[in-house]
Ligand binder design. Structure first.
Ligand code: SF4
Length: 193
């Protein structure tokens, strides 16, 4: 059913007046981690929507594209107005700068994700990384589709049973990383793939 609407309503339904964000060593690329970025920072605030909007600004994400944020603002949970925010920095920032070379960035180009479960996506990442290291992703004939949004649809390459209508599909719900790696490798190396 999607998470954005429930998160937006939850933000309205529970009392939040002091939000703490551990920003000491996060991973801006992927929720399961694996590519840490040390920032040595802890953020605290009183407005959950403002905190998330600020987090988006640090990561270069347009908060309007994180749908629960504007939804929650409309419901009255807080404000997205960063210009009107009072932001105080205590101490010096001594963490690493985000580098342009992030480990999972290539995935954005290789994958077409629509409402995928975290487990499915999490298994796909290491499989793709291995294929990338072996030089097999450069010849990808089409994007790899993953997620519940592909159910009942057709396409070329899919991962997970949600894409069972595709020409090639790694079946499983979710399929494991080794299964994805093995089956995609076989597919990419097969003549006419
Ligand atoms: S195949 Fe299963 S785990 Fe993967 S996106 Fe579909 S429902 Fe989720």
């Amino acid at each position: 059913m999607g998470l954005h609407k429930p998160i937006a309503h939850l933000s309205r339904g529970i009392r939040q007046d002091f939000i703490v964000v551990d920003h000491i060593c996060g991973d801006p690329d992927f929720e399961d981690g694996g590519n840490p970025l040390v920032r040595n920072c802890i953020m605290a605030g009183r407005d959950p929507i403002l905190i998330d909007t600020f987090g988006c600004s640090l990561m270069g994400i347009d908060p309007q594209e994180v749908f629960y944020i504007p939804m929650a603002e409309k419901l009255g949970s807080g404000s997205m107005d960063l210009e009107g925010a009072c932001i105080r920095t205590i101490g010096e920032e001594i963490g690493e700068e985000a580098s342009g070379e992030r480990r999972f960035v290539f995935v954005k180009d290789a994958v077409e994700e629509v409402e995928s479960c975290s487990a499915c996506y999490a298994y796909l990442m290491p499989a793709l990384e291995k294929l990338l290291q072996e030089g097999l992703l450069s010849d990808l004939p089409d994007k790899i589709c993953i997620g519940q949004g592909w159910r009942g649809k057709s396409g070329k390459i899919g991962v997970g049973s949600c894409t069972s209508g595709f020409d090639f599909c790694v079946k499983g719900c979710p399929p494991t990383d080794s299964q994805i790696y093995e089956e995609l490798k076989e597919y990419l190396q097969s003549p006419g793939s």
